[in-house]
Design a protein around this ligand. Structure first.
Ligand SMILES: [Zn+2]
Length: 408
C-alpha cells in the first residue's frame, strides 16, 4: 500500500469518511470495498454507500474480477484518472513548459515556449496567462475540465502568501503574486512552489522516486536547486525554501554569485557558468569543436554546443563536464553523509550530458563519502527529464482533490 496519505481537511464526519474512502481507492486501488473497510476501519455498509456515490459522480469506476482464492467474484474499484485534468507548468526565467495531464500523470497535451528575459514582469505574466489559455482552448475552452493549475518557478516561494521572488536570475523584478493573477484569470485553483521541489514531487509520484522513502532531486539549470524527499514526503523546511543546494560554497576564491556570496556551487557548475567557462577558454586560445559550431562567434556559444562537442570527444567540453561533475560530486558527498538518501536523481539540463557528468560525480563519491551511506545510495539521471517539474507542479492540486473530493 502506498504511503502517500492525503491531508484530510473535511468539515463534517461524512466528508471525512468520503475523503478516507476516496484516498484508499486513489492511492491503493484497484481495491475491493471489503479491503477499504479493513484498512479504514469504516463499516462495510458505510464504505459501500460512499463508493456508490463516488461512482455515480464518475470519480471512481469498477470492474468485476474473480478473486484469486477461487471465491465469489467481487467488484474492484479504481480511480477514474480522466475525471478531470490538471495543468502543470515549469516557469523558468526564459521558458515555460506546460503539461496538461490526467490524474495519473499521463500527458494529454503540452507546450514549451521560450522568451527573452527582457520581456519584464508584465510581459512574463501576460505570456504565461496566454500559454495557459492556449492549453485550455485545446480542450474546448472548458475550464470545468480542469482541477487547477500548478506552477513550479525557478525562485523562492513564500508559503505564507505564495508570492514568488523570481530572483536571482531575473534581477530587479521584485516579487510577483503569480497565484492571484492566474486564479483571477481562470477561476481555477492554483498552487505555486519552487521548480526543484516540484520536480522531486514529480519523481515521487511518476518517476524513479516512486516507492522510495528518502531521495534527492538535483536540478541543474541556470541555478542549481534541489528537492528533498524524506520519509516519503517532500521536505520544505521552515520557510519553505529548503534545498538551495546551489548556494553551498565550494571555492572561497571563486566567482561572485547572484546571491552575493563567493564561489557558490552554481557559479561553477550551472548551465550559464559552463557556457561562460567555455567562452573564456576559447577566448584564451584553447582550440575546440565548440568554436567551429559557433562559426568563431564566441557570443553565440550555447550549452547545446557544449553537449554536442562532448559527444564528439572534444577535449574542452570533456574537461568542462568532468570538472562540473567533480564540483557537483563534492556537494553530493556532503548530502550523502548528512542525509543518507537511497537515491539521488540528477535532472534539469544536465540530463543531456550523458554519462560523463554522472561518472565524474560517482568517482568523487567513491573516494570521499563515508562507506556505509555511500554503498546505500544510487546516483541516476531523471527519466522524466524536462517533464519532472511540470508534472510535479500539479501534484498538490491532485492531493487537495483527493483530500476533499466532495468540493469538485
Ligand atoms: Zn550563491
Amino acid at each position: 500500500m502506498k504511503r502517500i496519505s492525503p491531508s484530510i481537511r473535511a468539515t463534517s464526519l461524512s466528508q471525512h469518511n468520503t475523503s478516507v474512502v476516496f484516498a484508499n481507492i486513489f492511492y491503493n486501488g484497484p481495491i475491493t470495498q471489503r479491503e477499504i473497510s479493513r484498512i479504514s476501519g469504516l463499516s462495510f455498509t458505510t464504505v459501500a454507500s460512499i463508493v456508490s456515490g463516488l461512482e455515480k459522480r464518475g470519480v471512481v469506476e469498477h470492474s468485476t474480477e474473480s478473486s484469486t482464492n477461487g471465491g465469489r467474484p467481487s467488484a474492484i474499484y479504481r480511480r477514474n484518472s480522466t475525471y478531470r485534468y490538471v495543468i502543470g507548468i515549469e516557469a523558468q526565467h526564459d521558458r515555460f513548459r506546460l503539461i496538461v495531464s490526467d490524474l495519473a500523470g499521463h500527458t494529454i497535451s503540452q507546450s514549451t515556449t521560450s522568451f527573452d528575459k527582457r520581456i519584464g514582469k508584465e510581459g512574463f505574466l501576460e505570456l504565461l496567462l496566454r500559454q495557459i489559455r492556449d492549453q485550455i482552448d485545446i480542450h474546448k475552452g472548458d475550464t470545468n475540465r480542469f482541477l487547477g493549475v500548478g506552477i513550479g518557478v525557478g525562485g523562492l516561494v513564500n508559503p505564507k502568501d505564495d508570492t514568488v521572488s523570481i530572483l536571482p536570475h531575473l534581477p530587479n523584478w521584485g516579487s510577483i503574486s503569480l497565484r492571484e493573477s492566474v486564479e483571477r484569470e481562470f477561476q481555477l485553483k492554483v498552487s505555486i512552489q519552487n521548480n526543484s521541489a516540484a520536480a522531486a514531487l514529480g519523481e515521487l509520484w511518476y518517476g524513479l522516486g516512486r516507492g522510495k522513502k528518502n531521495f534527492l532531486f538535483i536540478n541543474v539549470r541556470d541555478g542549481i536547486g534541489m528537492g528533498i524527499v524524506l520519509n516519503g514526503e517532500l521536505y520544505r523546511g521552515t520557510t519553505g525554501t529548503a534545498g538551495e543546494f546551489g548556494h553551498i560554497t565550494v571555492d572561497d576564491r571563486g566567482p561572485v554569485c547572484t546571491c552575493g556570496n563567493v564561489g557558490c556551487l552554481e557559479t561553477l557548475t550551472s548551465v550559464p557558468a559552463l557556457v561562460q567557462s567555455a567562452k573564456n577558454l576559447i577566448a584564451d586560445g584553447v582550440t575546440s569543436a565548440i568554436n567551429d559550431m559557433s562559426n568563431g562567434d564566441n557570443d553565440s556559444v550555447t550549452f547545446q554546443m557544449l553537449v554536442d562537442a562532448s559527444k564528439q570527444g572534444d577535449k574542452l567540453a570533456y574537461k568542462l563536464f568532468t570538472d562540473a561533475g567533480r564540483y557537483l560530486g563534492e556537494g553530493v558527498v556532503s548530502l550523502v553523509n548528512l542525509l543518507n538518501p537511497e537515491l539521488i536523481i540528477i535532472g534539469g539540463d544536465f540530463v543531456q550530458t550523458g554519462q560523463l557528468v554522472l561518472e565524474s560525480i560517482k568517482d568523487v563519491l567513491i573516494r570521499q563519502a563515508l562507506e556505509l551511506p555511500r554503498k546505500a545510495v544510487e546516483v541516476v539521471f531523471s527519466e522524466l527529464g524536462e517533464n519532472a517539474s511540470a508534472l510535479g507542479s500539479a501534484v498538490p492540486i491532485i492531493q487537495e482533490f483527493v483530500a476533499s473530493p466532495v468540493s469538485v
